[in-house]
Ligand binder design. Structure first.
Ligand SMILES: Cc1ncc(COP(=O)(O)O)c(C=O)c1O
Length: 430
């Protein structure tokens, strides 16, 4: 078995080495800061702390309580809100906690279709199905790449869902919550925002602020545009103690037992770093997304929403049917060291054949790339997918570009510590 352990370490090292050379463009990924990362392998990883600070079911939690109270304070400050719960262990778990808090099996819950960019949480084979709620789909406006407000008002009035979820995985433009709010009030529906993708942009003031536009709760992952550990969060702006109580009991005992204390502590560090650096980071992330979209468009790629400036988030979508379809394009890009994902786009005929790729700029921004580098990335796309240059040639150019970006920005550690972001554990000692 020792050999197997050694083999596993070697595989993970190869993974890290690969990503060190790569241009990572997955919209849902980011890099964890060195100070946050070291807490993931701290003793907290071995401990249990069910319940809330000061009301635990276990002994030995005094320091955990202190860290969790700090984490909750930082979350409320960063999102300018009155309620936080940092116990959900992922974005999906946070979504389940909301469903547990505010819906019963059989209830109708408004959401977007997967084909329009919604997350699988909204699917009958995902969190919605698990809670036994029935989706009511909003109408979509493919020209504006957002919810069609007039048609959705009609749907909401006719069907009267109890809870309405806003938020997407292919999230280019803000959701029209303020426009729909009078209808939601008229039918007595509660608004819920899934900000997994855009959490760091919301905190950085670069995207809509759902808690101040009337949403009762914001659920999210904490590792996408908010560059924290893999974890989840619930946030709220409410004076109603009943709302807070329902969300807290949705989180525990609803959908967690222990809440991964190492990740919670790492999240506290990431929230502090975002309070310090998040405004600039969020701004540069969106700026890079728009620059990459424009540069690809200029090279003949069919970037969605050209008439709207392509995007207002960290994400852009490119229809790649003439480049062989989403699957083929993503596969060729990965072979050349450019990591992206195939994606269903509105209007695709079959879910099995996504017509696009989704690109995101959280990680390339985190290592300090700017609009000039977005130009160079677009050029690599062109060489590979339009000029059909050999994969090895493009991979070498991608690695060469990346080699100039080996330190992490927007965090407290600098120099060598920040350099080691790809592999704090797997790199053999020098
Ligand atoms: C909109 C949305 N919600 C929830 C999730 C789930 O997050 P997690 O992977 O943390 O469970 C995702 C994941 O990408 C997402 O895009």
């Amino acid at each position: 078995m020792a050999q197997t352990v050694s083999r596993i370490r070697t595989i993970v090292q190869a993974h890290s080495a690969r990503f060190e050379r790569a241009i990572p463009l997955i919209a849902s990924e980011n890099l964890l800061s060195p100070y946050a990362k070291e807490l993931l392998i701290s003793d907290l990883h071995s401990r249990y702390a069910e319940g809330l600070p000061g009301e635990r079911y276990y002994e030995g939690n005094e320091q955990v309580d202190e860290v969790e109270n700090l984490c909750l304070d930082l979350a409320r400050r960063l999102f300018r809100c009155s309620f936080a719960d940092v116990r959900p262990t992922s974005g999906t778990v946070a979504n389940l906690a909301v469903l547990k808090a505010f819906a019963e099996p059989g209830d109708l819950v408004g959401t977007s279709r997967l084909a329009d960019g919604a997350h699988i949480s909204s699917a009958s084979f995902g969190a919605f199905g698990l809670r036994g709620v029935k989706p009511v789909y909003y109408a979509w406006d493919p020209e504006q790449m957002t919810i069609d407000v007039p048609r959705t008002r009609e749907i909401l009035r006719a069907v009267r869902p109890k809870l309405c979820l806003f938020g997407l995985s292919l999230f280019l433009f803000p959701m029209p919550i303020e426009e729909l709010r009078p209808t939601l009030e008229e039918i007595g529906a509660r608004a819920w925002y899934d900000g997994a993708h855009v959490l760091g942009l919301i905190a950085g003031g670069e995207f809509q602020d759902p808690l101040h536009e009337g949403c009762t709760v914001l659920s999210a992952s904490t590792h996408k545009t908010l560059p924290g550990p893999q974890h989840g969060i619930l946030l709220g702006q409410t004076s109603d103690p009943e709302v807070a109580k329902r969300l807290q009991s949705g989180a525990f005992p609803g959908v967690t037992s222990n809440h991964h204390l190492h990740a919670m502590a790492a999240l506290a560090v990431s929230l502090a770093e975002h309070l310090e650096f998040g405004r600039e980071y969020a701004h540069r992330t969106v700026e890079n997304a728009r620059a990459l979209a424009q540069a690809l468009h200029d090279r003949g790629f069919d970037v969605l929403a050209a008439n709207l400036g392509f995007t207002r988030s960290h994400t852009l979508a490119v229809r790649v049917e003439k480049e062989g379809g989403g699957e083929e394009a993503a596969r060729r890009l990965a072979a050349a060291g450019i990591i992206a994902n195939k994606n269903l786009l509105p209007g695709d005929k079959s879910p099995k054949h996504p017509g696009g790729v989704r690109l995101g700029t959280p990680e390339v921004t985190r290592v300090g790339m700017g609009p000039k580098e977005m130009e160079r990335i677009a050029e690599l796309f062109d060489r590979l997918l339009h000029q059909h240059r050999p994969v090895e040639e493009v991979a070498a150019a991608a690695a060469e570009l990346k080699s100039g970006f080996t330190t992490m920005k927007y965090c407290f550690a600098a120099g060598e510590a920040a350099y080691r972001y790809y592999d704090l554990v797997g790199r053999p000692p020098a």
